[in-house]
Design a protein around this ligand. Structure first.
Ligand SMILES: Nc1ncnc2c1ncn2[C@@H]1O[C@H](COP(=O)(O)OP(=O)(O)OP(=O)(O)O)[C@@H](O)[C@H]1O
Ligand SMILES: [Mg+2]
Length: 413
């Protein structure tokens, strides 16, 4: 089975093609990345440019894979994404055990959250169930009780931005198989099996946005999108050193660091200033320009978690930095200082095939989209529900992270 993930980002458009073998192994067989120019802060602002970039990136990936892509798992990002954890309740008839229909009823009730009319629901992800007040239940089906409760993480997206993204993809001749929040996809791309047992804060720091996601025991428990990313760092450098954006980007990638201590105190950089003159900047000075923006991003991410679930340091065991801007030298160290938590760099893992090509932080979302696709129960839209049940019964239960994840995703639709 062929699955294509399409990540339309502010900096780049990436297509990753995966092949899912019957034994469950996911092989990456194609990848295509082209610069993106039609987006601002994760949102399509120029349809034609976006469509063209999508076309090119898909073609590139198709050429590598030797297959044709017709349908894609599409990532949705941007600060218009809204999320909330909503509560659902279902009464169970006395003397009866909890059925799948009861679970669905509870979830449906949680889904009735009064989002703004401008928003469209993307995901309803069950977090945990409660039966007669007993917390921490994963699968209540078959249990006895009179009162079933569920916490569901809802993710919604703005209808306007969504319509433009859809149009850009359809104009490129592609069918959209599923819309997936980038916050969720990034996590699926980089979380390790070990992190299934933890509460993890994932930050995907892209060009124009930062995705903030908390995964509790492998399930998305909080998500938000900040309108800041690596391009803001570049802008700061350009502005303060009075150099063009492209030059600032070059200098950032080559010499940039998140902490002045990490920069070579002897190193003086030559920079091409506006108007053609040459300037000089000590490397630690460059880091001093970079650091405040990264701190701001980390601070806003913390605030978002604090407000939604309480103090970050208490709620979270580990922080994962991914997205292209996570490559900035020392970013992990800065995060460790600021949060006082273990921090690691996240790269896609647990796939085979073109692993060298996709094992970069910038590929977290696209690989996660393919992985999301690989967990979807049935790929034909029509007989989905009926077949889903069958499949669910066949699926081995509790066999590792991906089997569990599959179970979770099976409950979504
Ligand atoms: N080696 C590097 N060092 C520092 N920063 C880097 C490096 N490589 C890429 N970046 C930065 O990463 C950012 C792009 O990240 P990414 O490719 O994940 O963005 P995107 O997914 O297109 O954007 P978004 O998710 O915000 O829509 C840019 O700001 C770029 O400057
Ligand atoms: Mg991105």
């Amino acid at each position: 089975m062929i699955i294509a993930g399409l990540d339309v980002g502010t900096s780049k458009v990436t297509t990753v093609i995966g092949e899912l073998a019957p034994d469950g192994v996911l092989d990456i067989i194609g990848e295509g990345t082209v610069p993106s120019q039609g987006l601002k802060r994760g949102v399509v602002v120029n349809l034609e440019r976006t469509t063209e970039a999508i076309r090119q990136s898909v073609h590139q990936a198709e050429r590598v894979a030797g297959v044709k892509v017709e349908r894609v798992m599409l990532g949705v990002g941007g600060p218009h994404l809204r999320s909330v954890t909503s509560h659902g309740l279902a009464a169970i008839r006395r003397g009866q055990s909890i059925s799948e229909a009861d679970v669905e009823r509870a979830i449906e009730q949680a889904k009735a959250y009064p989002f703004d009319a401008e928003l469209e629901l993307l995901h309803a992800l069950p977090l945990e169930f409660k039966v007669d007040g007993q917390e921490g239940i994963r699968d209540p089906v078959g249990m006895a009780g009179v009162r079933l409760e569920v916490d569901v993480h809802l993710v919604a997206a703005g209808r306007g931005p969504l319509a433009n993204l859809r149009r850009a993809v359809e104009e490129a001749g592609l069918e959209i198989e599923a819309l997936v929040a980038q916050t969720l996809a990034s996590g699926l791309g980089v979380l390790s099996p070990e992190e299934e047992h933890m509460t993890v804060l994932l930050l995907d720091i892209g060009g124009g946005t930062t995705d903030v996601a908390v995964f509790r025991e492998g399930r998305l428990a909080h998500s938000a999108v900040l309108p800041l990313g690596g391009d803001h760092v570049t802008q700061d450098i350009a502005q303060l050193l009075k150099i063009p954006f492209e030059e600032a980007e070059r200098v950032k990638r080559k010499y940039g660091a998140a902490l002045p201590e990490l920069a070579d105190p002897e190193l003086v950089l030559e920079i091409n200033q506006e108007g053609g003159s040459l300037g000089e900047v000590p490397a630690p000075e460059l880091a001093r320009i970079i650091r405040p923006r990264l701190r701001e991003i980390l601070h806003l991410a913390r605030q978002s978690v604090d407000e939604a679930m309480g103090p970050l340091e208490i709620r979270v065991n580990r922080v994962i930095l991914t997205g292209g801007a996570a490559l900035l030298r020392g970013f992990d160290l800065l995060a460790r200082q600021q949060y006082g938590l273990p921090v690691r760099l996240g790269k896609p893992q647990g796939v085979s095939g073109l692993t060298d090509v996709v094992a970069t932080p910038g590929h977290a979302t696209a690989v996660g989209l393919v992985r999301y696709g690989s967990t979807l129960p049935v790929r034909a839209p029509e007989p989905r529900r009926a077949q889903r049940r069958e499949k669910k019964e066949e699926a081995p239960r509790g066999e590792g992270f991906w089997a569990r994840l599959k179970e979770i995703l099976n409950n979504l639709f």
